[in-house]
Design a protein around this ligand. Sequence first.
Ligand SMILES: *[C@@H]1O[C@H](CO)[C@@H](O)[C@H](O)[C@H]1NC(C)=O
Ligand SMILES: *[C@@H]1O[C@H](CO)[C@@H](O)[C@H](O)[C@H]1NC(C)=O
Ligand SMILES: *[C@@H]1O[C@H](CO)[C@@H](O)[C@H](O)[C@H]1NC(C)=O
Ligand SMILES: *[C@@H]1O[C@H](CO)[C@@H](O)[C@H](O)[C@H]1NC(C)=O
Ligand SMILES: *[C@@H]1O[C@H](CO)[C@@H](O)[C@H](O)[C@H]1NC(C)=O
Ligand SMILES: *[C@@H]1O[C@H](CO)[C@@H](O)[C@H](O)[C@H]1NC(C)=O
Ligand SMILES: *[C@@H]1O[C@H](CO)[C@@H](O)[C@H](O)[C@H]1NC(C)=O
Length: 428
Amino acid sequence: MRKIALFVGILFQLSILSSAESNGFSIDLIHIDSPLSPFYNSSMTQSDVLINAAFDSISRAESFPLNTSLNRDETITIPNKGTYLMAFFIGTFPRGLLAVADTGSDLTWIQCSPCTKCYKQRLPIFDPRNSYTFHLIPCGNSFCKKVRRNSCGFVGECRYEVDYASKSSTQGVVATDTISFNNSYDGRTIKYPNTIFGCGYNNTGVFKPTSAGIFGLGGGPSSFISQHGAEFGKRKFSYCLLPFYYVQGSSKLKFGVDTQKNRTGVVTTPLVSLNPSTYYYLSLDSVSINGKMVRPNESTFGNIIIDSGATVTFLKTSWYEKVEAAVLEVIGHQSVAVRYPIRPFRLCYKDGSITNFPSIGLQFYGSFKELKLSTLNTFVTLGNLTCFAILPTEKISIIGNLLQVFFNIEYDLEERTVSFVKANCLKE
Ligand SMILES: *[C@@H]1O[C@H](CO)[C@@H](O)[C@H](O)[C@H]1NC(C)=O
Ligand SMILES: *[C@@H]1O[C@H](CO)[C@@H](O)[C@H](O)[C@H]1NC(C)=O
Ligand SMILES: *[C@@H]1O[C@H](CO)[C@@H](O)[C@H](O)[C@H]1NC(C)=O
Ligand SMILES: *[C@@H]1O[C@H](CO)[C@@H](O)[C@H](O)[C@H]1NC(C)=O
Ligand SMILES: *[C@@H]1O[C@H](CO)[C@@H](O)[C@H](O)[C@H]1NC(C)=O
Ligand SMILES: *[C@@H]1O[C@H](CO)[C@@H](O)[C@H](O)[C@H]1NC(C)=O
Ligand SMILES: *[C@@H]1O[C@H](CO)[C@@H](O)[C@H](O)[C@H]1NC(C)=O
């Protein structure tokens, strides 16, 4: 029996090696609140979803750990409401999992059994004892050093710890195993052996049972794209997000694929290297409202983070106020503004009363063209109201995922750029 298992194991390993994909791959992203999500709660209205997501976005905006000298650099809130989940498989006998696709995290981590402490998880928890492709990493290993806040365990194993806001944390071992994906191009399974991830035995706090952990899409050295980019030939990934209420298809996430060659209207802006390297900092020079350029008071160098884990968009308060004033002016007095009707939204109108939606564009540094947004990116419907989906913040400006829907957005970590192009995400 043992021999057969070993033999099958060897065959499996060979098939793993031979199926490493060099042309990249595409997978579906599922919005956590979408009717297509396995965790859809039909008693939540669209307004409930948006309001919850907006409150979560505020916590996230306030928690971005931007002061690295404090050495408390991972206390961001857990991306939760209003986020996108991705499916992947782990281990020798692939175990399917869903995790939050997070551009604000590097190391992918999942709950592992036997748990010291695990939160309730809807899909079975991964047990590495059943996977013989699972390997611990010694703490002297260079992979271990790529993981932030690594430490050495009792038997010399590499350990990790990630602390989040709201007294939440995950602790465990840094390990490697095969992570595989269901390629939506052709339904084939694509395997990435020896992928570094965190196997979390002690996971406490406000995690939701919908996700087995976090899939790190950040720019730091331990993220999936940083580890495997060389195998694709290009360290790039892209996504095309659909709003949560779209049920005609799925959002897509692609690794190692050129998705913008030959497209017209691509807006490209450089990534700014700031600490921590996890986050994607861009420079937003101005917001245009019907052609009127509204610039921030402060320096625009790396002044905004593009984030998959926040839903609404934030601008620094002094900038937001000027933008809001311009929006009010364009919409005009025929439509009566309703102030603060539903927290945390600030500026709303009776649904259907806006006859003159402002045309809003983003002018990024280094791009000749501005990125023209649609009202779907900047306004939301909450029951009988239409509300402006940009909010002020005292911390750092953030491009949330609602503003990103119906754009193909490509992150090129080699060229260090982020590019946007209007896209029908149903057809990507
Ligand atoms: C579904 O949403 C309703 C209304 O917000 C809430 O009371 C209920 O607890 C939710 N159910 C689950 C399983 O999350
Ligand atoms: C970062 O934290 C250090 C130590 O508390 C403090 O001296 C410094 O002013 C902070 N920097 C910023 C930009 O907040
Ligand atoms: C892979 O994707 C195809 C089509 O997208 C789907 O039919 C199939 O069930 C998926 N397989 C797994 C194991 O999820
Ligand atoms: C689990 O994590 C919590 C929170 O960081 C910590 O207080 C506790 O000591 C940990 N338990 C073990 C057994 O490591
Ligand atoms: C881009 O256009 C050129 C010329 O029309 C064509 O040869 C090339 O295959 C196209 N590339 C992609 C990725 O579609
Ligand atoms: C922003 O700049 C304008 C003029 O350039 C000035 O009137 C305003 O007080 C500034 N706001 C803040 C918060 O610095
Ligand atoms: C919207 O509907 C709520 C009740 O559902 C009502 O109290 C409120 O007055 C309405 N607002 C407007 C602007 O019509």
